[in-house]
Write a protein that binds this ligand. Structure first.
Ligand SMILES: NC(=O)c1ccc[n+]([C@@H]2O[C@H](COP(=O)([O-])OP(=O)(O)OC[C@H]3O[C@@H](n4cnc5c(N)ncnc54)[C@H](OP(=O)(O)O)[C@@H]3O)[C@@H](O)[C@H]2O)c1
Length: 377
């Protein structure tokens, strides 16, 4: 999509940029103004000088939507601190003066103009809507889309990436896997062109925290209780401890790393709620630790065939990991992913997999990547 060029004489102080450069306005619409969307808005404000200096972009927020408030639009751009103050005070965003309003995000997204949609309304790993419709609409209208909505990406990432290509825009979803820890950009950009043969990792911080506590002697109920008191686990912890959240991430990894749509029923899933102190002790006696391990790759017999379109094998299950294996030492709420390719062999990315600034950082990084590539056009 063409972004308007303004201010050929705008001067920015970024090192290496020289004195004069083109500053591109980027109009951002944020759908879902909760933990992730709200953090992104704050980062766009706090990092505006960085965006100008490093990406040559002047980002304004021209649309914002929540379920409660509908879609609000202001062509001249919202005053971001005012939006954030309204949200922090739990006041309706409709109190913002002078904004146009549509009943739903879909209506607003269809009837207003923006260059990038940041979508963070999806809250369940196995539910694609409402995020999927928002994302589709944005891409079909020829706008770039960044999202943290896992369920939509798990269900349709391959289709959405194709739709983005068809419309000549970018679709990015960094924060859906390991949150702000950059694994998808490692796959897409860092390892560009390499043939990914397998990925293996620990992709849920809550489950990993519980297993870490169990390794130090707690039983499952006590470890879960600790995770809930710290706010790591929901009152209903099923998505985290039974592996549903990870299944969504595996499906996204299949799309981004292997270009394949992985059906839900093709993922073998076992959670950690049945792990006993005896299982943990047995693993320790064998110089191992139990981890909820995710593996995704070609079936053994397909390896080395050179073709990337054999069915994938995907498993999420508790495994006794030997202490010599790096994954055995990834503790607490940390996540890790080892990517095996035909060129650089194995690359491991380790980092936190949840939290407001992590989810927001993932979306911010995607926004910055789009801003940078737009600046090069
Ligand atoms: N928080 C994290 O640590 C984290 C990390 C990685 C990925 N993510 C993912 O990011 C997504 C958002 O998470 P979150 O923590 O930011 O959730 P959240 O705090 O619950 O915020 C969700 C936001 O989406 C809005 N929303 C829901 N349905 C909508 C609709 N139909 N139209 C417009 N807005 C709608 C909500 O509005 P109302 O308040 O009016 O309902 C709210 O503003 C989830 O998919 C999550 O898995 C989160």
């Amino acid at each position: 999509m063409e972004m308007k060029r303004v201010g050929y004489n705008d001067t920015v102080g970024g090192e290496g940029w020289g004195k004069r450069r083109i500053m591109r306005p980027i109009r951002l619409a944020i759908v879902g103004f909760g933990t992730a969307g709200g953090w992104l808005a704050g980062a766009v404000y706090r990092r505006r000088s960085w965006l100008e200096a490093e990406c040559g972009a002047s980002v304004s927020i021209v649309g914002v939507a929540t379920r409660r408030d509908g879609f609000l639009s202001l062509d001249s751009g919202f005053d971001i601190p005012v939006l954030l103050e309204l949200a922090a005070a739990q006041r309706p965003l409709t109190d913002y003066p002078g904004a146009r309003r549509w009943e739903t995000a879909l209506e607003g997204l269809a009837r207003t103009e923006y260059d990038v949609l940041a979508e963070s309304s999806g809250t369940h790993p196995n539910e694609a809507e409402p995020a999927l419709s928002h994302i589709r609409l944005g891409l079909e209208r020829g706008t770039h889309v960044v999202t943290s909505s896992k369920g939509a990406c798990a269900a349709a990432a391959v289709d959405l990436l194709a739709l983005a290509r068809q419309h000549g825009v970018q679709f990015r979803m960094e924060s859906t896997v390991m949150s702000g820890t950059p694994v998808l950009s490692t796959l897409r950009e860092g390892l560009a062109g390499a043939r990914v043969t397998a990925v293996r990792g620990i992709l849920n911080g809550t489950a990993n925290h519980i297993l870490t506590l169990m390794a130090s002697g707690l039983d499952y109920p006590a470890a879960l209780d600790d995770a809930q008191r710290r706010g790591y686990a929901e009152p209903d912890p099923g998505d985290d401890v039974e592996g549903h959240d990870i299944v969504a991430k595996v499906r996204i990894l299949a799309a981004v790393g292997f270009g394949q749509a992985l059906p839900l029923e093709q993922v073998v899933r076992r959670g950690i709620s049945a792990i006993t102190p005896e299982d943990v002790q047995q693993a320790a006696q064998a110089d191992s630790r139990i981890k909820l391990v995710t593996t995704l790759g070609y079936r053994q017999e397909d390896e080395g065939s050179g073709t990337a379109f054999f069915p994938l094998e995907a498993r999420v299950e508790p495994v006794a990991v030997p202490l010599t294996d790096l994954l055995s030492r990834v503790d607490g709420v940390m996540n890790a992913l080892t990517i095996a390719t035909d060129t650089v062999r194995e690359v491991t990315v380790i980092g936190p997999g949840a939290g407001p600034e992590q989810a927001g950082q993932g979306m911010f990084a995607d926004l910055a990547a789009i801003a940078r590539s737009a600046a090069q056009k």
